[in-house]
Design a binder for this molecule. Structure first.
Ligand SMILES: [Zn+2]
Ligand SMILES: [Zn+2]
Length: 238
């Protein structure tokens, strides 16, 4: 992951899913890489759901990614995972040695895996999950199903070099997560105060929505969020 953040490229989307996530698409890694190259990205990250998510691939899939090509269709490819946070202790659903070997990890709470807890426990769950190796991003902490102490969470993220994402899928009209716009406003305001950069994510299941941040941009403008605090202010014509 440091690869992407060190390359100074801004044209990437690293929260994407393939058929291996078990829902929403039959597109493969190849399909996503081809599309990312075609629309002008410099890099793509594949972050399929980890095994606790119903229908998701097993640990062996993530081990096989360690041997996958790092460059395809002329762009860099990073192989990560969207881990499920399983409890307030921040346990996740792949072994640490495997997480270390992947390029990066996103940590997320999903209602299909982990029942919402108290505000304190939800916040502790994220903070403790950040202690696992290679966790670089907080997945969609924008869902009121999981109330979060944002000041505490984002202050801890800043200390650890972890970045919150602003998730385009959360802001789509058919989104199932709750109060995301309002929660994103709070996240962006605190990130501005802390000078903590954010990651823009499509959370595309399949190739269709790769690098589609169209619901995020108006919110960034509305909040006066500075471009200098966006890790990937990618702007594409197609
Ligand atoms: Zn997710
Ligand atoms: Zn996702």
């Amino acid at each position: 992951m440091n690869g992407i953040l060190n390359k100074k490229t801004t044209k990437f989307d690293i929260h994407t899913h393939t058929v291996a996530s078990g829902h929403g698409t039959t597109d493969t890694v190849t399909d996503l890489c081809r599309r990312a190259s075609k629309i002008g990205l410099d890099a793509i990250g594949i972050s399929d759901h980890a095994p606790a998510f119903p229908g998701a691939a097993k640990e062996s899939y993530f081990r096989s990614l360690l041997k996958a090509p790092k460059s395809r269709f002329g762009i860099d490819v990073f192989y990560g995972v969207e881990l499920n946070i399983l409890n307030a202790e921040g346990d996740v659903d792949l072994p640490d040695e495997l997480i270390s070997s992947l390029d990066y990890a996103i940590i997320s709470l999903h209602t299909k895996v982990t029942k919402p807890m108290s505000l304190e426990d939800n916040t502790n769950a994220y903070i403790k999950a950040m202690e696992h190796p290679n966790v670089r991003f907080i997945g969609h902490p924008d869902d009121s199903s999981y109330p979060i102490d944002y000041v505490r969470l984002l202050s801890e993220a800043k200390k650890r070099g972890v970045y919150p994402e602003i998730n385009n899928a959360s802001l789509m009209p058919d989104a199932y997560r709750k109060n995301c716009r309002e929660n994103d406003r709070a996240i962006l305001s605190i990130c501005k105060d802390l000078s903590l950069p954010v990651l823009l994510s499509s959370d595309s299941h399949g190739k269709e929505h790769i690098a589609n941040f169209s619901y995020i941009y108006p919110l960034l403008t509305e909040c006066g969020f500075p471009n200098s605090l966006i890790l990937n202010p990618v702007s594409l014509s197609s």
